[in-house]
Design a protein around this ligand. Structure first.
Ligand code: MG
Length: 291
């Protein structure tokens, strides 16, 4: 099932997408629940509310599946072999002392206010950063809460998946050692176009791509993850309770801008397109900040 968060007539709704029919059918949910987007369903542990009448998809405004996560988005760094190697070679890697391929998952976070919908501009500010990069990623949405989750139980805690673009200011990421500010600039987490429930895709074999202005820069598959989803969930939840609606971005494949020589960073007017098979297309333009 594909589930979108959208607004129509000034109200936020959560509904089932039928992409071939071009419709989205909202669930009968109160606004206190739709405020959290698809997290409202993730909390219900499989029990679905009744459906209302469908809308044509082109008559609604899609929002990010979880427009404002309840807390920071968990993220995994250097989780595809070729990307770990290109990032280490770049000289920007403040974690390089540990070697190109991490022995344990690298976990960092982005603040919730970074999240924007597909179609919304990513704003880059040359007074703050001159090295802004794209990162196509599969994101996991947690359903059943849990602490110290065993890898063999991890998928019981997964409600579904979506696509994110972990936009990154490389100069800030490098300068401050910790990655938070370089990853948490306003508008730096496009998410969407919608979420899919975990039964919808084979998450161990899913194609992922990123195109910049139509040129394929990243093209990979989730089977090439260094640390798989059960390992990531077991790692983060060891002593940290995961909650319904938590989002975990699983890392980006090779082909980011910093992997080129010279680097190919984002510039105003660029269009970024993240594609994940079985989920959909997340496209965002790049705009320069207005002071
Ligand atoms: Mg990333």
């Amino acid at each position: 099932m594909k589930v979108a968060t959208f607004s129509v007539g000034g109200e936020r709704r959560v509904g089932v997408v039928d992409a071939s029919a071009g419709t989205v059918t909202p669930f009968d949910l109160p606004s206190e629940e739709t405020r959290d987007g698809v997290a409202a369903l993730a909390r219900r542990n499989g029990a679905l509310p009744p459906l209302l009448s469908p809308y044509p998809l082109d008559r609604v405004a899609l929002e990010a599946p979880i427009p404002r996560p309840l807390r920071n988005i968990f993220c995994v760094g250097k989780n595809y072999h070729e990307h770990a190697e290109e990032f280490s070679r770049s000289g920007f890697d403040s974690s390089a002392a540990a070697g190109a391929i991490p022995k344990h998952p690298i976990i960092f976070s982005k603040v919730p206010e970074t999240v924007i919908a597909g179609g919304a501009p990513v704003v880059i500010d040359p007074e703050v950063s001159t090295a802004i990069d794209y990162e196509a990623e599969l994101a996991v949405i947690i359903g059943k809460p849990g602490r110290s989750i065993r890898p063999e139980d991890a998928f019981d805690h997964v409600w579904g998946y979506t696509a994110v673009n972990d936009v990154t200011a490389r100069d800030l990421q490098s300068r401050h050692s910790q990655w938070l500010v370089g990853k948490s600039q306003d508008t730096f987490c496009p998410m969407g176009p919608w979420a899919v429930t975990r039964d919808e895709i084979d998450i161990a074999d899913t194609g992922i791509r990123c195109l910049i202005n139509g040129e394929v820069r990243q093209s990979s598959n989730t089977r090439l993850l260094i640390f798989d989803i059960p390992t990531i969930i077991a790692t983060i939840s060891a002593g940290v309770t995961l909650r319904s609606g938590d989002v975990i971005a699983t890392g980006t494949p090779a082909g980011v801008g910093i992997g080129f020589d010279p680097p190919r960073y984002l510039k105003p007017g660029d269009v970024m397109r993240v594609e994940i098979d079985g989920i959909g297309v997340l496209e965002n333009p790049v705009r320069e900040a207005v002071h």
